[in-house]
Design a protein around this ligand. Structure first.
Ligand SMILES: *[C@@H]1O[C@H](CO)[C@@H](O)[C@H](O)[C@H]1NC(C)=O
Length: 223
């Protein structure tokens, strides 16, 4: 393995995508049941023999294949990846166990480091060919007319979006410039004067209406 992992086509990996479901997977249980014995880095445990086929999905004829790399440093490009199309299910509790029981640190270390989220993120395809042993249902072959329609439609959508974004950016610039440069804010006086005028008008209105009131309120001559 140590020699093969640096060579082109040195390793082949069977990869299985796993989903969490309701039922306990007895096949994976053959491994998971012993995790408690190897909680810390470097620990070993012997487990009873079991049928390794229990780890694989039922349908082994549908798979993807590509030349890729190891998922851990130094990530040599030495792996022929074989990824099965059918997924395997383990229970939520089994997944929880896998996520919480193990540490990446040694037992003697003072602060244990949980072995979690240590996956390598998806890498660019870099013009690799991904082969499939079957025609995936999600792959739809479009006609030239459909492709033209999609391209033109997307272009129009992009232009529309660009116009909207330009408009929003301009609006934001206008509003934010008031905040950044208070010197170009309109002088507050005219508004105050307006308000003063308004209140004067109010007063004027009130004063003009006032004289009518005393008339109403004026004592009527007795008849
Ligand atoms: C992987 O690379 C080898 C050459 O090194 C080539 O023969 C093979 O077809 C490639 N496999 C895939 C799945 O692209």
């Amino acid at each position: 393995m140590s020699e093969a992992k640096t060579q082109e086509n040195g390793l082949a990996v069977l990869a299985i995508l796993i989903e969490a479901g309701e039922e306990i997977n007895q096949g994976y249980g053959s491994i998971f049941n012993y995790l408690g014995h190897i909680r810390y880095a470097g620990q070993k445990v012997a487990i009873p023999a079991f049928d390794i086929k229990l780890l694989l999905p039922d349908n082994l004829s549908q798979y993807f294949r590509y030349n890729g790399s190891l998922t851990t440093p130094p990530c040599h490009q030495s792996v022929l990846w074989i990824i099965f199309n059918e997924r395997v299910k383990i229970s939520h509790s089994q997944l929880m166990k896998l996520q919480t029981v193990l540490y990446s640190s040694k037992e003697e270390e003072a602060e244990p480091m949980a072995l979690q989220d240590n996956y390598r993120t998806t890498q660019p395809l870099n013009h690799r060919t991904v082969l499939s042993s079957f025609i995936p249902v999600s792959v739809k072959i479009y006609t030239a007319g459909e492709i033209a329609a999609i391209v033109i439609g997307s272009l129009c959508g992009c232009i529309g979006l660009a116009v909207i974004i330009c408009f929003i950016v301009k609006t934001i610039r206008l509003t934010s410039s008031w905040d950044v440069l208070p010197s170009i804010r309109p002088a507050p006086q005219p508004r105050l004067q307006d308000m003063a005028k308004e209140s004067k008008e109010d007063v004027a209105l009130k004063t003009t209406t006032n004289p009518t009131k005393p008339e109403e309120a004026a004592p009527q001559p007795e008849t």
